[in-house]
Design a protein around this ligand. Structure first.
Ligand code: AFP
Length: 285
């Protein structure tokens, strides 16, 4: 597994070097019908081609591919899930985007709680790597030589009043609207960039809650269970926080297909307990 993590970290370096290549749209759409950036497709290609060559894993699922790729004669049975560039609509305005990765012992259509490692590489003013592989959550910063140096160990989510609310307010469902109103009354400050990985990095280090709820017309939400919710969910949970779909722990959900989507509440346990209570009350009353 360490060979695989080191390989993926190396790919982060390559992807980082790609931002000067192009900020253009690719003119194609992914399986969610979303417009792809040239860099989305390029990063996807870098990761898949590299992983195929190393034969370090058996299964690869990425946000840009419609099916799970199976490698012949793999050295291990590992499965990886990858969002090659999360938040890519922000590339052309130079805001932080990232690569999100989850590693399973085998097939990737498995509950998030069975992941053996999760990591993301965040391309901001600094390039950082956040990893949870059974030994607490760690941060690394890329230096001028392109090497990742450990900067924080056993990261724990602090208690703080930040909220990152996705979706349009006019479409909020009643329990979610009540939750957001309560956070605002409590003085939570708004922090939403349009890049889940960047927003969650902030919540991990500063506290609070990220929400991309189910909303009118899209009750299942927008974010992807395999590529976004589960890897980030493992990291925030291992840091003492929680992730929920508003009813239950997302890491307990068995995916039915690679393009499953889910409402997301991720952050401090206090906030996650509150939304679960509000949704349960709205259903019982
Ligand atoms: P991609 O750039 O990988 O498609 O993901 C963007 C994203 O899924 C997530 O990173 C953001 O939180 C969310 O979409 C933003 O969505 P809105 O544009 O609807 O606010």
């Amino acid at each position: 597994m360490s060979e695989l993590i080191l390989f993926l970290a190396e790919q982060g370096k390559t992807i980082k070097s790609g931002f000067l290549k192009s900020q253009d749209k690719a003119g194609t759409r992914n399986m969610y019908g979303e417009e792809q950036m040239a860099l989305d497709k390029w990063a996807d290609d870098v990761l898949i081609k590299g992983l195929k060559k190393t034969r370090l894993v058996r299964y690869i699922a990425t946000e840009e591919q419609p099916v799970i790729i199976e490698i012949e004669n793999p050295k291990n049975q590992f499965g990886v899930v990858i969002d090659p560039l999360d938040g890519s609509s922000l590339i052309d305005v130079n805001l932080a985007v990232g690569t999100i990765i989850g590693i399973y012992p085998g097939n990737v259509l498995d509950k998030g709680k069975n992941m053996i490692a999760a990591m993301y590489i965040l391309y901001g003013p600094l390039t950082t790597l956040t990893l949870s592989a059974g030994n607490g959550v760690c941060d690394f910063v890329m230096d001028e030589k392109g090497e990742f140096n450990l900067t924080a160990q056993d990261i724990r989510i602090p208690d703080a009043k930040l909220y990152a609310p996705g979706a349009l307010r006019k479409d909020y469902l009643p329990a979610h609207a009540k939750f957001i109103e309560e956070l605002e009354n409590e003085g939570y400050k708004l922090r939403f960039s349009g890049s889940f990985v960047a927003d969650m990095h902030q919540i991990l280090h500063k506290g609070g809650v990220f929400t991309y709820p189910g909303y009118a017309g899209k009750e299942k939400g927008k974010l992807r269970l395999l590529f976004e919710a589960n890897p980030i969910g493992k990291i925030i949970t291992d840091a003492g926080g929680a992730i929920s779909n508003g009813r239950t722990d997302i890491l307990e959900m068995k995916p039915t297909a690679i393009d499953d989507i889910t409402p997301i509440y991720a952050g401090g346990k206090k906030e996650i307990r509150l939304i679960e209570k509000m949704i349960a009350e709205s259903q019982s009353g």
